[in-house]
Design a protein. Structure first.
Length: 162
């Protein structure tokens, strides 16, 4: 199966990192990084080659090219990210798939909002350079996202043993 091959490939690179992080955390970092790169690639291709600086007019709603590229990027990276988390990273979760999907979406949107809030606070209130602020915000959001995905979206529910 494709997920087994992908998991084996990721696990192949794990040994040098064994002393610093558990396997699940390494898988999360690998899958999250790959999905982030995919999202960025789709965004870049959409912005540079598909929407080319034009507005996208749907008749009832209009988007600037960068927003349209972001929407397309989300439409690709959201399902890919969910599938990677479900079938590669958090494989021992006992939560039903439909509930995982809803929770993943909730955490995804919450992280997007948190990133925006942190970025705004770091740039506007603490006067930190935008690139540095985004790096700080991203680091904070990654940690919170991992904890939310592990303990909420894909948690392993304990069963009582009599």
């Amino acid at each position: 199966m494709l997920t087994n091959k992908l998991t084996n490939l990721i696990d192949f690179f794990y040994p040098p990192f064994r002393r610093w992080m558990p396997l699940q955390t390494f898988r999360y970092a690998a899958c999250g990084s790959a999905n982030t790169l995919l999202g960025y690639l789709v965004y870049t291709v959409g912005l540079k080659y598909i929407f080319t600086g034009k507005s996208v007019d749907l008749g009832f709603l209009s988007f600037e090219s960068y927003v349209a590229a972001l929407i397309v990027s989300f439409m690709v990276s959201f399902p890919v990210g969910f599938l990677l988390m479900r079938f590669v990273v958090f494989i021992d979760s006992t939560i039903r798939a439909r509930q995982q999907l809803f929770r993943y979406f909730f955490v995804f949107i919450s992280n997007l909002f948190l990133n925006w809030l942190l970025l705004k606070a770091l740039v506007k209130k603490l006067y930190i350079n935008g690139y540095v602020a985004q790096a700080i915000a991203t680091a904070i959001v990654i940690v919170i996202s991992y904890l939310a995905q592990r303990h909420y979206t894909f948690k392993v529910e304990q069963t009582e043993i009599d």
